[in-house]
Design a protein around this ligand. Sequence first.
Ligand code: ADP
Ligand code: MG
Length: 298
Amino acid sequence: MSIKVEQLTKVYGTQKALNNVSFEVKKPEIVGFLGPNGAGKSTMMKILTTYINATEGSASVNGHDVVTNTKAAQQSVGYLPEHNPLYLDMYVREYLAFNARIYNIDSARINDIVELTGLTPEAHKTIGQLSKGYRQRVGLANALLHNPDVLILDEPTTGLDPNQLVEIRALIKNIGKEKTVFLSTHIMQEVEAMCDRVIIINKGKIVADKKLHELRESKEQTVIVEFDYRVEDAFLKQLPKVKTVVNTHAFVYEITFTTSEDMRSYVFDFAHDNDLKILQLNQKNASLESLFRELTAE
Ligand code: ADP
Ligand code: MG
């Protein structure tokens, strides 16, 4: 069991940051921990990485309880904090070697890690000279130094430009082939781009825990289409995954599908195959983004 959280509650003063949270991650997979700001994501990650203790409940990493077996839990987990503190004056290799010494890690590992995290072309620079994307790579390299089975990444892609975003996502996906990656984000697209599974948290409570493909299948989508003449509802029901067809006015139809996959191309092909002309074709509330908004609405 990579991560096990049971009925965990964290109270800061009078504020309940986590409210009876339970979940498990069993195998190497990339799990997105998604929630709006203030939902309790960083709090959960600080507990899993043994930085703070829960008020109630328990958590373990790789089978090691974070409170009763702290050392073993720490050895199992690598952590990239939300605001990763770095020594800007240190050279990349110097910084990694410094941390390797603190944690008694063979310095031979540094070259492997520099290579793995794509730092080689920048490794001769000081951290202060690096872009935000490369600084994140240094943070990832540092989290991976002791070769932990579980990686906890707190908003690893926040603040990156589009190119850096693509590169860091690819790197995380690559790492996730062998390790359990538990990463937080407040952006659904990040989950769609990287994760196999998503756990959605809102106001300290889990509101969804699903595989991405289940989520896509569970979400409905409505397409609005206008043809150049009348079509029988029953005819449109031949489209795949149709739930309902409503002829809203004139030759305009609202077709609801039981999937969040973009169905417009199916409608287009259907019209083409049946010699119908499309005058307009729009998608209404389809995205997983809208599901996230529904689940985390006030
Ligand atoms: P997230 O990472 O999802 O944005 P956090 O876990 O940082 O959320 O915070 C969850 C809630 O707990 C927020 O309302 C935040 O203000 C509060 N909180 C976090 N850390 C502390 C702290 N050290 N003291 C008091 N309240 C805190
Ligand atoms: Mg946070």
